[in-house]
Write a protein that binds this ligand. Sequence first.
Ligand SMILES: Cc1ncc(COP(=O)(O)O)c(C=O)c1O
Length: 362
Amino acid sequence: MPLVPSYIRDLASYKPGKPIEEVHRELGIKNIVKLASNENSLGPSPRAMVAMKQAMVNCHRYPDAVGFKLRSTLAEKFDIKMDNVVLGGGSEGIMSTIMRTFLLDDDEIISAANSFIGFRVLANASGRKINWVPMKDHKYDLQAMAEKINDYTKIIYIANPDNPMGTYITHEDFDAFYAHVPERVLIILDEAYFEFAKSLEDYPDSMTYRYDNVITLRTFSKAYGLAGIRIGYGFAHEELITNLIKVKVPFEPSYLAQVAGYAALDDVDYIQETLDINQYGKDFFYNEFSKMNIKFIPTAANFITTCWSSAEEATSIADRLLHEGIIVRHLTGFGWPDCIRISIGLKEENRRCITALKKILS
Ligand SMILES: Cc1ncc(COP(=O)(O)O)c(C=O)c1O
């Protein structure tokens, strides 16, 4: 009897965007720009930093296992009850708890092929049957996904906006899809990039869906600049949340993460600056890409995926950018070998990326 189940042995390990230190170590390059992991280049929310510094003296105590302060504040902000809110070590932490809480032996999962790699890893690690449905025009093909629903379907995962394509499903798309989903099927709506998409007129605000079988996941990792602290949250029916809380790691998220999230929620100026920088960077990249005839997919998030003529060209571009000190994400691991995803950074970072691209392509 092998110690490790075959579905775990066969898993490919998750390869995140290269850290700055690694590129510095390997290539000896200084002044590196990282546009590879859709982080907030502005730095962490200043309010969160102050709160964390003040909270350090209490780090010898366990955190509040109930997460009262942050959960009740989120509940108030979104006009729901605290019993409808769960916290986790990033939204991926909550996804992981969802998999452990709801999946039984024969249960199946449906999602889009080549979407968020973090979910793919968790789904594969669950050992359940998964229907990966190809995207259509770089978007979730909800019609094809609805057709895959069967008696065994338990979880459907939708990243909205999607990473790495940056596309989104509209209110109308979701409503049409939802009509096909039985109540016994749980839909995970992963809204990691919600803050960047919410002003789009047809983007669905899932908080207005009070469906018993939908769980909305959001995070402090992106717009709030707290990716390294690991804090995310989810909203759902009380029955789902109660059971998730029974299964989750008891003292997750950490004390500092809860403190940081609570403080960041109020950081209105920082969020506005983040959104302004993102809009500016998006316009800048669109304009420069168009001038350089680089194909790209319009985005609803804080990154833009560019498309190249072949996997070889994309590999070469990403590698040469790395040697210019610009870390971007070549999307082979996601299943898009001819694409490169570029996170939108600060003005100067974006400018350096374009200058390097011009040099490479000239
Ligand atoms: C679609 C999507 N969901 C979730 C996450 C992970 O978020 P967290 O840091 O909250 O675990 C990411 C991060 O890249 C993402 O792109």
